[in-house]
Design a protein around this ligand. Sequence first.
Ligand code: GLU
Length: 512
Amino acid sequence: MPLPKNGSARRHSLIDTKAMTTEIRVRIAPSPTGYLHVGTARTALFNYLYAQGHNGKFILRIEDTDLERSQEVYTKNIFESLKALGLQWDEGPDVGGEYGPYAQSERLPIYREWAEKLVETGHAYYCYHTQAELDAEREQAQAEKRAYIYSGSCRDVAFREALAQRPADDGSQRKPSLRFHIPQDRGTLTFNDLVRGEVSFDMALIGDFVIIKSDGTPSYNFAVVIDDMLMKISHVIRGEDHISNTPRQIVVYEALGATPPQFAHVGMILAPDRTKLSKRHGAVAVSDYIKQGYLPEAFCNFIALLGWSPPDSEEIGTLEHFAKQFELERITHSPAIFEKDKLNFINGKLIRTMSLERLLSVAKPYLHDFDLSQYSAEKLHMMLDAVREPITVLNELPDAVNYFFGQKVILDAQLVGEVLTGAEPAQVLERFRDGFLANADFSAPEALAAELKEFINSLKPIKTKTIMWSIRAAVTGRTHGADLSKTLYILDQDVVCQRVETALALTTGSPA
Ligand code: GLU
């Protein structure tokens, strides 16, 4: 396969004229052979944004003709993940539409019908070679160090008919596939890619390819053309890994007398080590990220920036905001690097700035081990607000709020040794119990904050840090955490008293 040639002369020249005359109809066409991949989600998002920003339609088509590898569980995951990301489609297998059905497995007779038309017009022919024979041809080419191209011998009617009569290696009758006949004089095929500019392929190097397999199912390159044509797709926006399929698809359009859609091939997403993003680098399924506690809108925001940048340079934004600014010419053809730190940054920022009502609702699934019903919504909001600052992913929440639940906290030996041992901590906690807790006003955190300040002053010359650490360690089992007066308020008097008692028992008798 020749490397596509890049050129910029005619780059984007077709965008405006086409946009004026044609309704924008774009699609995402995942194969349900795995959970929705980050790369497919990014492609879906770009299609969605383009449709949204141009008053167009976003279509979901399920490419499930690989019957062995396609699974219902993956289709379900694709639906759910796209929906979670907010990428609702206008037409698709579940919502229907004017150009359905939208699952390829339900369109088999359509492919057959169009394939027959190609046979009738001499653009396709039956091929009776068995897989074993084709493999042998390929091996021979490899041994001779030449690129393998199907010989095209079944184009010849007499040869084909003779071959059809010969039994296959296992004695069975040969089942033909249908191949597209690439015109001998097709020469160089050039198309204008809206991201990469002019791309050319030498068609002499592309062999006649299968359009209907011997089991009757269509090949990807054929089904995709029939579907994009019949579904009136105006723009095919997809990953660069499909660029070498594009000339095969264009010649099928030509043979059918149809105008191809415009193509926009987006650079790949690579891992930081610049290799293909794979499980080796961590999760690749969108649902895994959501499960870990990445907010769908943060994830969407992050993938929008993988290969595209908003003209206003405002990198944090909503889908609506991005859709208004989304143009294909701002997509880069160089690879985008999946930088998890950036995803964490966006997610953390969203967690810190979202409303507390929303935070509580997205946090709940991560806090199922805790009895949230013991607290009012006001206290739960305050708790989340008090701990959210350092959180980047929601699955860090259980650890962050742990000490708000249960009567006791664990005071480990290191904490006791470092913070609670000695005369001063014992004195602080005693005075805290007898002076502060006995009289404090637990009705509002502000009241507690003011009283705490007074209490600290009253203990001089003991250092503020020693006082705060001793109380915090006793009450939370940690040296860092949420604002102390809010923590006391949320926990309430009884629990605080009990925890201080427990800590005091550990300090009493400690060496002074
Ligand atoms: N089913 C193909 C894929 O998932 C679709 C490619 C295309 O958009 O044409 O990669």
